[in-house]
Write a protein that binds this ligand. Structure first.
Ligand code: SF4
Ligand SMILES: [Zn+2]
Length: 124
């Protein structure tokens, strides 16, 4: 059972995923309509498109319910990966695109995220 779903590691993962989706949407979905200003996430030049807004909500909801709590690795390195197949494919595309670019924009943050990904010891 999760020890906490609102500690620094979960918050960092939420921040990471928000930044990555924002970057991906800004670059890959540049021509899309952005209809909901509430979906603006930090560091995003524009609100998210509908598809990315939904993915962002989904990722936050997964983290709110993460069974590993503060003991978690990154979602990408998670042996369980609680995402449904469609969302898992989406988030992998986002991370493959945004991961290398994040290193330049947020080097310290990215390093911390990579260290989180090296954590082991999940039991199901
Ligand atoms: S993918 Fe793994 S680490 Fe991420 S929220 Fe789901 S169970 Fe937790
Ligand atoms: Zn988008």
């Amino acid at each position: 059972m999760a020890s906490s779903v609102n500690g620094p590691q979960i918050r960092r993962e939420k921040e990471t995923v928000a930044l990555m989706i924002a970057l991906y949407c800004r670059k890959v979905h540049a021509g899309r309509e952005r209809t909901d200003p509430r979906e603006r996430v930090r560091d995003a030049a524009a609100p998210l498109c509908a598809e990315c807004a939904e993915l962002h909500r989904y990722a936050e909801q997964r983290l709110d319910r993460c069974r590993f709590g503060e003991g978690k690795t990154t979602c990408l390195a998670c042996p369980v990966h609680c995402y449904a197949t469609a969302q898992r494919d989406q988030i992998r595309r986002v991370m493959a695109f945004a991961g290398p670019r994040m290193l330049w924009r947020h080097p310290v943050f990215t390093l911390l995220h990579l260290l989180d990904g090296l954590k082991k010891g999940h039991s199901q």
